[in-house]
Design a protein around this ligand. Sequence first.
Ligand code: ZN
Ligand code: ZN
Length: 359
Amino acid sequence: MSEERLSRVRESLGARGLDGILLSGYENCLYVSGFTGEGHLVITGDAAFVLTDSRYYEQAGGEAPAFELVETPGSVHEVLPELVRGKGIRRLGFERDIITHGQFLEMSQALGTSGCDLVPTRGLVERMREVKSDAEAGEIRRACGIMVRAFQNLLPKIRPGVTEYDLAVEIEFEVRRLGADRIGFPAIVASGKRGSLPHARPTLKEIRAGEMVTVDFGAFVGPYCADMTRTVAVGDPEPKLVEIYEVVRNAQEAAVAGVRPGMSLREADSIARESIARAGYGQYFGHGLGHGIGLRIHESPRLSPRAPEDGVVREGMTVTVEPGIYVPGLGGVRIEDSVRVCSDGVEVFTEFTKELIRL
Ligand code: ZN
Ligand code: ZN
């Protein structure tokens, strides 16, 4: 696996006129090498190195057999000049969205007289990661299976008197109990008027009858994660909220039915956005339709009106479909599935009813 990914990195080096690249993003290094510790990779046309310190040195040898090991006593810039000289690198790419300004200054200084230019690159490995192999999709599908069962187990606990905080702890516990390696992110639980906060942190507020409750949570299986949201009702919410729920549901179902390979990322977003706008709630749907899921909970691509104009939905991408409506002072609704793009549509991994559940 890592041999194939290595050769894809090398192809993009050639395309950019680079002699080598320094990879520093944790997930990017893991994706290309299999190494799960902290460190960097240097990849040239004919060599590949893991740069790491004594804490991970032995581990790196086992996890990344296709790579030579370089022990870094402190920072990466201490070993870079020798590597660059040894391999005759004159143009070394680096990840401009990941390296800090401080690290950049240190590297520039260290390479000062070596005749090697540092060349910023953007999204090189992130784009490779967008399309998942069957094995990767399998891990994400398993994470989703766990999440669906965890949510099912949470439902009886959503009742008047429990706090948002209680529910967040419960769903996180269920996800772990059912076999996830870790939670995807701290669960979002937003009830009543707080539902208008798309990324609400759970509070000690108690759930009351007549409120809607939005629960957004994730799970990791191995290094892969997935993401799911449902909004449910406790008792009978006011009709306006039920109306909003149906608008979001229609938009979400239209997007799930409509997203297919070959369409632009913006077009995918617009399916739900237009549906919500037609119902008169366009101004209350501020975020994008979805995001890639994989080694990170939010990764490329973004299904959004702000996605790159030439960005395209491709078969094998795993993304979320999560429209929402958030009305300050009233509340909000979001419905989110994790899906995989197939040849003629999407496969929904988080298969769970979207009818309004009244508890
Ligand atoms: Zn999401
Ligand atoms: Zn989510």
